[in-house]
Design a protein around this ligand. Structure first.
Ligand SMILES: [Mg+2]
Length: 294
């Protein structure tokens, strides 16, 4: 008999973190502090279990009892694509409880459950063409802490450390408000120059800096990092302006990456909005992305 989803439980637990958010929501290193995370467990009618760790905000109590998980009970475990399609359609009328990052929790839960049931890793269930994937190091946003990421030289020093650890690709997140010297086109370019000089030509570099540059400022940075042979230029302008991204992509050879955070962005990303697919893995939604690509 086809296994169906039987129960979903959320356990909120106390943990510790050295990560803090500034007033604009960007994360930085900080002192050790208490925090909470959520462990979500899904069970099927055969007793198999899948699990996902997620920030507590993704699984608020009302969402668990309601639209995010409520409609899953009784659905066949293997109907992951149908489940995701229904959630995405329901998102139109309930974009808060069914935000992309919450729907991604369901996607991950179902794939973990399917993997646990089969005894195979999910990458093999998806076709097994990639037994290994290449990882890139990603810095936190720039700061004003001496010894942190407060100057182009400190980015260069940290990049050298990452290369020494074995990374062959590095993504830079540069400076954002509320730092009083951010945003800065010149400083962003200086950091990119410093890092390229520090690591040499054999390392892939990417930039994911301030997200609200004007078209002309974004073009200036894009041309600079194109000359530095960066691999891509990520989310340099407001994502709601698709025409701006299309325009920038036409001005540059370097891939312009987006969107990352706008609702429904994954559909744009896989239908040719920018030069190459977006960072959709950050949002989960593997199923949705794949189904749109077919
Ligand atoms: Mg990004």
């Amino acid at each position: 008999m086809t296994a169906v989803i039987d129960a979903i439980e959320v356990q909120v637990f106390d943990t510790e973190t050295r990560s803090i958010r500034d007033t604009k929501g960007h994360r930085h290193p900080g002192p050790l502090a208490s925090a909470q995370e959520a462990l979500v467990t899904i069970r099927d009618s055969d007793g198999a279990v899948g699990r996902v760790l997620t920030p507590t905000r993704n699984v608020r109590e009302d969402a668990v009892a309601g639209p995010l998980f409520g409609a899953l009970i009784g659905k066949p475990v293997l109907s992951v694509e149908a489940v995701l399609r229904d959630l995405v359609i329901a998102q139109r009328g309930n974009p808060v409880d069914l935000a992309d990052r919450r729907i991604a929790v369901v996607d991950e839960l179902l794939w973990d459950l399917i993997g646990q049931r089969s005894g195979e890793p999910v990458w093999r269930l998806l076709g097994g063409a990639q037994p290994r994937i290449r990882a890139y190091a990603s810095t936190m946003c720039g700061d004003d802490t001496p010894g942190g990421l407060s100057t182009p030289e400190e980015y260069a020093d940290y990049a050298r450390t990452l290369v020494a650890q074995g990374y062959s690709a590095i993504k830079l997140h540069t400076w954002f408000p509320p730092l009083d010297f951010a945003p800065s086109v010149a400083r962003d370019i200086e950091a990119c120059v410093a890092v390229r000089e520090a690591v040499g030509d054999g390392i892939d570099l990417m930039l994911d800096g301030f997200h609200w540059y004007s078209r002309s400022d974004a073009l200036k940075i894009g041309r600079a990092i194109q000359d530095l042979d960066f691999r891509w230029f990520e989310e340099p302008m407001d994502e709601v302006s698709i025409s701006s991204y299309r325009w920038l992509s036409e001005q540059l050879e370097i891939p312009v990456i987006g969107p990352e955070i706008i609702s429904g962005g994954i559909c744009l990303a896989v239908t040719g909005y920018a030069s190459v697919p977006s960072t959709f893995c950050a949002l989960g939604h593997r199923t949705r992305a794949d189904s749109r690509q077919r």
